[in-house]
Structure formats: C-alpha cells, structure tokens
Design a protein around this ligand. Structure first.
Ligand code: WT7
Length: 592
C-alpha cells in the first residue's frame, strides 16, 4: 500500500501539548473507569449527561465561561455562559414537569441550529426524559415514521417547519400531545401548539436533577438500514463517559478552547460532538445558524479564533472546489486541530488541510450505533493520508470474516489476522456509548452481533502497523453528503405513486457529495416512461421525503433485476449503471 505520511504535530510554542502524548503507552494504561472518575457524579447520585456537560462547571465556579456562542444568520452573535445554559435547561426541565411528562418519555426536536434546540436537549436530560433530534430537511413522511416509532410526546419545532412537515401528518400521531413552537406566540400559534418562549418565561430556572441511573435511557438517534423501518438507536447517560474521553483524546479539546463542529444537530454527530463532548470538556462551542457557505466559514474560523474544528468530507470537498485563494483571505493562527467524520476522507482532502491551514485533517470513524468516535487519527501520531486511524484507547477493533445464513443473519465471525486483508470492521462490545438496542426491535439488535463482536456493516482493512482503512459498505445503504439514506425508505415513497410498480434505489458516486441517490423504476401497465414523468416522480418524492432523501435522477426499466424470491437486486442495478463487474448473479431470476 502506498500513501503519504503527514508528520505528527508537536505543537507550536505556547500551544497546549496533545492530551494524548504517547498513543501506545496511553492505550496500554487506559481503562474507562479512569475517564468515568474525571466526570463528577450527580450530587443526588448516579451520572447524568446534562450534569457532566453543564452543571458540574457551574458548581465548580466556572459558570461565567462561555458555553455556546450563537451566530445568527445575519451575523448577530450571542454568548450563553455555562450558568445561563444551566438556567435555560432547568427551565425546560420545569416546563416538561408542568406538561405532566414522566421519566423515560420521548422529547423530539425538528429544527436547525437554534439555541432552543440546546435548551431542549439539556433540559430533557435533566428531567430524565429521552431526547431525539430530527433532521430539519426531512419531509413529512420521515418525520412521521420517526415520531411514530419513537412515540414522541413532545415536539419542539418552528412555525414554518410545523406547517410544512408536521401539520399534514399530525392526525396520524395520537401520542404526540405537545407541540412547542420556538418562534410563534399568542394569536400566531396554530391550533394545537403552544409557545416555547411563553412556557419558558413562567418556568422556574432552578431544577434539581433527580438521581440518574447511568444505564437509564438518554438519547434516541435514528439511523437507516437497507430494509424495514428506520432504526432508533438507544443510548444511556453512561455514554457521556465516551463523549468526554473521545473529545479529550481524539479531538484534543482543552478547557477554554473555542471549538466548532459543523454537523447538523438533526444527526448524532451534531449532538455527541456538537454539544455533549465539547461541553463535558469545558470548551466554548460555536453554533452557526447558517448552512454551508465557504466565505462565511473562513470568516468564522478566523474571527472566532477557532482552536479545534470538526467537519465532514463533503464540506471539505466543497471548500477545495472554491480554491485556496479564498481560504487565504483570512488567518487561522489559533487553529490547532482539524478533524473529519462521516464518509471516506480522500487523501487529497487531508493534504489540502496541511496546505491551507498548516495542519492535516484527521479522519475519525464511528456510527450512530457506536455513539462516539471509535477510530481516529490522533494529533500526536503521524497521519497516513487516506486511513481512518487507530482505535481510541478503550476500544478493541478488528477485521472479521463473517458467515451469514441465507437470511443474512450473522452466525459466525472470525478475526482476520493477515494485514491488508479485507473484511468487516468489528468492535468488542462494552464501551460506554455503545447503543443499548434499537427501540422496539430486539431482533434487529441481535443481528448486529456474532461471536462476541459488534459488526459495523462497513468493510475495511487493517495494515501491519494497526491503522484501519475504509473499503466500503457491506450493505446497500447510501451515504450522501454524510447522511445515511435507506434505499428502502426512498423506494417506499416512490411506490406510493400511482404509476410505480417497483423501484430500486442506489447511490452513484459523486465527486462532492460522495454519492447521489438514483432510482430505477418499473411502471404499472398503461404508463409510459418520459422525462415529464421522471420530473413528476422526483417532485413527488421530494414532497414526501424532503430534499435530503429524494432521488436526484430516475431511470425507467421494463423489468428490474430480481432474485428468484422477488427481491430487487440493487447491487446489480448499480453495477450495470457504472459498468462494473456484475459479481455473483446466481440468485438472479431467469425470465420466462
Ligand atoms: C457510517 C455511519 C459518523 C458518525 C455519524 C454518522 C460511514 C463514518 C467514516 C469514515 C469512511 C465513514 C460508515 C459508517 N463513515 N465515518 N471516517 N470513513 N466512512 O453516523 O449516519 O450512523 O453513519 O458512516 O459507512 O458505518 P451514521
């Protein structure tokens, strides 16, 4: 294997030295108890994410430190201290108590980056309920499916998102009792909604967090599989131990740092690393309301004197596209560590970081199910451009060869010891942020394990020195702009159209987004494929699914390739489209 090596960062004079100075030594000595002990327990007993992230700083006398610096779309900036976030989240816990919620009930947000989302997250955890974010670019159908599976009782959203995405499906959600709007009050409130601000204004700003069992449920994050409904990965309060430790050792957060995670809070990264990990490390988080904008991003990095930046390959590729000259309009002298997650990071991206910011991007790997970073390039180690890195201390990772039964259920997993041999990336269960199950779907959870390993669904290699390299997904899920898309969810929406008989959805390579969604459609008798119908179907899918999930292009086919049992063979559709080898087609039905 050939790759470029970028030298480890020894730190400029005056800069803090890496929290993890010697990987081998640290790894050998580390256990999770060490990290657990650095987080204060609750005065009332147990461990609560919101206490570890917010209240413990206030109790320690650091309440004046800026926890969150919010940048509005129009550039107006507003600081929230740890004490202020403590009060706002206490208010929200009191609001939930006033609404009659019980511990373990589910509270959802459907919103972009707004301060109320963070009050809701932390207040829900203080109260002892379970927090679940929804991506604001979802259409009504994905919103409905997730609120339904999650049994959401409370939803915090904005007036416009409510009108466009919730109102059409509200009658189908009998369990959704309370909808709180962040930007409407009084006469502007649609029927069946209440004002977030009014409820907060009359709520007490003190709240004593009840004793919290570290194993009690705290977070619900939806993710996608190739078949069936969205999966709600459940995480316990104990997860904060891993958030804290990975923030400290993988992202190299030092108390007082300014830290910017660009991920959307509708997904796990925006919560684990947009809020919990950095706050548990006592840093200032930057929250920018606006979406990607290269000029704006450079200005934020420079003006806010960002020390640690966590972003994603699609964003890096979009910045690269705009050229180095644009980056050179600012100075980034405070930037100490650059990291990336969510999809494969091309070596060119790693190196571009070095050229533009004087340091490489450090790839990290993890999943909704793992809750926290599992594999990372560390500040104190050389970066092998193109590698995902090495396992985080406390994590045992391996490449395994998996045997599956005819239904695809794993029956055995054997560790592959030969370096550079491809297999499935597996982790030894037991780390603090490991998911505790998929809500309401124990069978699917069990299918993630074999022979004492958690199977990630990613194919990878391990080189002779212990670096892990990404190869591809073992299944058909699509990663587009870092978002995990279920082909099944897209196919189901298309099948609701009266002209569609069958649909097969795949991801096609895209130089910027990584992959884009393409649908192959078989029409019902009496319908003809045309450009007009393709446009109609795309519009139909966008309306239901939202722009983030809908297909970019549609192709019509008289007969989609199926297995003998009738399952559409997406792998084959993709191979044919891209002119790749068709692989094993022994299960393909033979027509006639
Ligand atoms: C999938 C997980 C990333 C956490 C939040 C999203 C892909 C993730 C990398 C990487 C190549 C990556 C994998 C993984 N992925 N990081 N560094 N290199 N692929 O979590 O939505 O559950 O997605 O994202 O395929 O399984 P998620």
């Amino acid at each position: 294997m050939s790759y470029e090596i970028l030298q480890a960062d020894s730190g400029c004079p005056g800069e803090p030295t890496p929290n993890l100075e010697d990987y081998e030594q640290f790894r050998a000595a580390f256990d999770w108890d060490q990290a657990r002990q650095q987080l204060a327990r609750l005065p009332a007993g147990g461990l609560n994410i919101a206490h570890a992230a917010i209240d413990r700083w206030v109790l320690a006398g650091c309440g004046d430190r800026v926890a969150m610096r919010f940048i509005r779309r129009d550039w107006e900036r507003r600081n929230f201290s740890y004490a202020e976030l403590g009060r706002q989240s206490a208010r929200f816990a009191n609001v939930l108590a006033g609404l009659g919620l019980a511990a373990g009930d589910r509270v959802f947000t459907l919103a972009g980056r707004i301060p109320e989302l963070y009050f809701t997250l932390l207040g829900t955890l203080k109260f002892g309920a379970v927090y679940c974010p929804l991506f604001s670019a979802f259409g009504p159908e994905p919103v409905r499916a997730r609120l339904d599976i999650g049994g959401g009782r409370v939803l915090v959203t904005t007036l416009s998102l409510y009108r466009r995405k919730v109102l059409p499906i509200r009658p189908q959600l009998p369990e959704l009792e309370h909808v709180l709007l962040t930007d409407a009050r009084g006469a502007d409130l649609p029927e069946g909604t209440r004002s977030f601000a009014e409820l907060m204004a009359t709520a007490d700003d003190a709240w004593r967090i009840p004793p919290t069992d570290p194993e009690s449920l705290a977070l619900l994050h939806f993710t996608s599989g190739t078949t069936g409904k969205p999966k709600g990965a459940m995480h316990a309060h104990e997860a904060v131990v891993a958030h804290y430790a990975t923030g400290r050792y993988a992202l190299d957060l030092h108390p007082g740092d300014v830290y910017w995670c660009t991920a959307d809070p509708g997904w796990v990264t925006g919560i684990s690393y947009g809020a919990i990990a950095p706050l548990a490390n006592g840093v200032t988080i930057i929250v920018d309301e606006e979406e990607f904008d290269a000029e704006r991003w450079y200005r934020i990095l420079a003006e806010e004197r960002v020390n640690v930046w966590y972003t994603a390959p699609t964003a890096i590729r979009m910045l690269m596209k705009q050229g180095k000259e644009l980056a050179a309009t600012h100075h980034y002298d405070r930037l100490r560590h650059l990291a990336s997650v969510g999809e494969p990071l091309n070596p060119e991206g790693v190196i571009w970081g070095q050229a533009v910011f004087g340091r490489p991007f450090h790839d990290t790997w993890w999943q909704t199910e793992t809750g926290a970073i599992m594999i990372a390039n560390f500040r104190s180690l050389d970066v092998r451009a193109g590698a995902m890195g090495r396992p985080v201390p406390g994590i045992e990772a391996a490449i395994v060869s998996v045997q599956r039964d005819p239904d695809g259920n794993p029956v055995a997993a054997e560790v592959v010891t030969t370096p550079d041999e491809q297999g499935e990336l597996a982790l030894r269960p037991g780390w603090p942020s490991m998911f505790r199950g998929y809500l309401g779907d124990e069978a699917r959870y069990q299918r993630c394990f074999a022979d004492g390993w958690y199977l990630s669904g990613d194919m990878a290699k391990r080189d002779a020195d212990g670096w892990f390299w990404f190869v591809g997904r073992a299944d058909d899920v699509i990663k587009s702009s870092g978002h995990l898309i279920s082909p099944f969810e897209v196919e189901s929406a298309l099948l609701e159209h009266p002209a569609v008989a069958e649909a097969g959805v795949v991801g096609l390579p895209d130089p910027v987004a990584g992959a884009v969604v393409k649908a192959f459609v078989e029409l019902k008798p009496g319908h003809e494929g045309s450009e007009e119908l393709a446009r109609q179907l795309i519009g139909f899918a966008r309306k239901r699914l939202g722009a983030a999930l809908a297909p970019r292009s549609i192709a019509f086919s008289d007969r989609l390739p199926r297995t003998r049992s009738g399952k559409i063979m997406r792998r084959l559709l993709r191979a044919r489209e891209l002119g790749l080898p068709e692989g094993d087609t022994s299960t393909l039905e033979t027509n006639g």
